[in-house]
Design a binder for this molecule. Sequence first.
Ligand code: GAR
Length: 204
Amino acid sequence: MFKVAVLISGGGTNLQSVIDKVQSGYLNCKIEIVISDSEKAYGIERARQNKIDALAFSKKQYGDKLSDEILKIVEARDVDLIVTAGFLSILKGDLLKKYKNRIINIHPSLIPAFCGKGMYGLNVHRAAIEYGVKVSGCTVHFVDEGTDTGPIIIQKAVQVFSTDVAEELQKRVLEQEHVALPEAIKLISEGKIIVDLRRVIVKN
Ligand code: GAR
């Protein structure tokens, strides 16, 4: 079966959306392991409640070696796809080379807007509101050496209202994230994705 590793740092609502879609049969995949860079992440608890193996690394202990450590684990478990879902550490080195086009990330804006260094969580939604955009959304993309620069797989848009505060926009975008992320995993696990330089083509 197609094996997925989910990397998290926080609450893990995106992880939950993947768990739910595996349990409903929408995804014909196994969540092989959940890896967190924070021992306090509630997502760890979600994994354990669903009998999924979970590991938490302390950033202090592993520092720059975190990606190498993750590579050892995913290779040992024959993981097909790595999903970063609210994972705040930057992946680097051999992991990116060996898992080229097999690592995806969910970002809470319509890339290339409001992405890159420092753009995570509520910061993204604050920036979108301050800029005055009328539409925002989420993006699922492949992970490459840059921050939020890899080829785009799926984007979903939501309206931004003049009365919105960041938390309201975040909630509206998260609903779409929970649709987009499982959709991207499904397409990849079914072999329906071709990457042509920057363009991602979905086969029928
Ligand atoms: C999600 O909104 C995700 O898109 C975002 O963090 C949140 C994690 O929520 N990721 C980033 O901002 C990465 N740049 P979750 O832990 O409930 O899935």
